[in-house]
Design a protein around this ligand. Structure first.
Ligand code: ADP
Ligand code: MG
Length: 383
């Protein structure tokens, strides 16, 4: 049981002009029992952040606190925190049982019998009982990752840190393990920080997600908040697949303009949000772009409907990803129902509903306006 706080945590590698600021003034307050996913592109500082929490890397500035106590100066073994690595890091010469026992023998003064009991219990929980007497070399990747998890769980630590633990598994197994890990974390109710570059893992696993770019924290929010109310263009583009459409526009006479093909009148909150701005990025998610091959999409006001040509349709089965071009205007991606027949090269009308648009300051990337939602849509409990 533990609350974990990162208070203005900074990591610099090296000194002087060659110094690399890998983690820049990161603040996150992780509640007891919370599952926080730290997500961002490769090289953004995720592993460095986690390693500072684990005690594997010194903290240059700021403070890491466990239940209110500063732990910066404690060694990894004195933190009561267990880490799971992508590479499993199992001892090859020890059996699974040996690997699981090892951490416990190091970190507790339990007697042999109690250790055995815990190992058996944890193995049963992870469904690896029949593997206990094998060595890692005789296990599949998925089984090894289970053992690595088991070695962390058996210690009953105050917190788990996981660094891309599923990255080495194939897609099917990864999605299965994702579900299992969530279930496990729910049952154990242990504070967990889970690092991934995969926005799908972040969306599906986290109670909250912390999005990092170039060492800087962009937003800490529930997955749905980050998806529907991104703090800035980076978050908007990083979360969601296919990615949000972005159109660079100028504001003229209360309308967003991108060439002759797109003049998008604004009203209400959206109009207020761009008052005084001249360069604005229009964002709209592919599932919100309406496509019609015969006439205007019915649920979109006519001033928000435009001529377009269908370039390419990618059938995914459940949906079609439709790539469109507006004449003298931008390209857009739309997703539509998989059973809809839309041919490459078709002329179409596309609608961009006013309630679905996001607006970003073109210089800073900061969100000026996010899509409107019924409160009920956002506040549904994350069960
Ligand atoms: P991520 O896990 O998000 O891919 P890392 O935390 O591993 O990113 O790295 C963040 C940045 O810090 C990168 O630019 C990386 O090159 C740099 N970095 C990481 N470890 C070291 C190190 N020991 N010395 C110098 N630079 C490092
Ligand atoms: Mg990493």
């Amino acid at each position: 049981m533990a609350r974990l706080e990162l208070d203005s945590v900074t990591k610099r590698f090296g000194d002087g002009p060659d110094a690399v600021v890998a983690v820049d003034d990161v603040n996150v307050d992780i509640a007891d029992g919370e599952f926080l996913v730290l997500v961002g592109p490769s090289g953004c500082g995720k592993s460095t952040t986690l390693r500072m929490v684990a005690g594997l890397e010194t903290v240059t500035d700021g403070e890491v606190r466990l239940d209110g106590t500063r732990i910066n100066e404690r060694g990894p073994a004195e933190r009561d925190i267990a880490m799971v690595f992508q590479s499993y890091a199992l001892y090859p010469h020890m059996t699974v049982r040996g690997n699981m026992r090892f951490g416990l023998e190091e970190s507790t003064d339990l007697d042999d019998e109690a250790i055995d009991e815990r190992v058996e219990e944890t193995a049963a929980m992870l469904d690896i009982t029949e593997l206990l007497d094998r060595k890692p070399g005789a296990l599949s990747g998925g089984q090894r990752q289970r053992v690595a998890l088991g070695r962390a769980i058996v210690r009953e630590p105050a917190a788990f840190l996981m660094d891309e633990p599923l990255s080495n598994l194939d897609a099917k197994l990864r999605s299965q393990m994702r579900t299992e890990l969530q279930q496990l974390q729910n049952d154990l109710d242990t504070t967990t920080v889970y690092v991934t570059h995969d926005q799908t893992e972040a969306m599906t696993m986290g109670d909250r997600i912390a999005i990092l770019d170039a060492g800087e924290l962009q937003q800490v929010a529930t997955p749905l908040e980050a998806y529907h109310r991104p703090a800035n263009r980076f978050v908007a583009g990083f979360i969601g697949e296919p990615s949000m459409n972005f159109v660079e526009t100028t504001v003229e006479d209360g309308a967003l303009t991108a060439g002759e093909g797109l003049v998008y009148p604004l009203a209400g909150d959206a109009a207020d949000a761009v008052a005084g701005a001249s360069a604005v990025t229009l964002g709209v998610r592919p599932e919100d772009v309406r496509v019609s091959a015969d006439g205007d999409p019915a649920d979109v006001a006519s001033e928000h409907v435009f001529d377009a040509t269908v370039d390419v349709v990618e059938p995914m089965g459940n949906e079609n990803v439709v790539h469109l071009t507006l004449p003298n205007g931008p390209d857009l991606t739309a997703t539509v129902d998989g059973l809809r027949q839309i041919a490459d090269g078709t002329d179409a009308r596309v609608g961009i509903p006013a309630k679905a648009i996001h607006l970003f300051d073109r210089d800073s990337g900061e969100a000026l306006h996010n899509r409107s939602l019924d409160d009920a849509e956002m506040d549904a409990p994350n069960v």
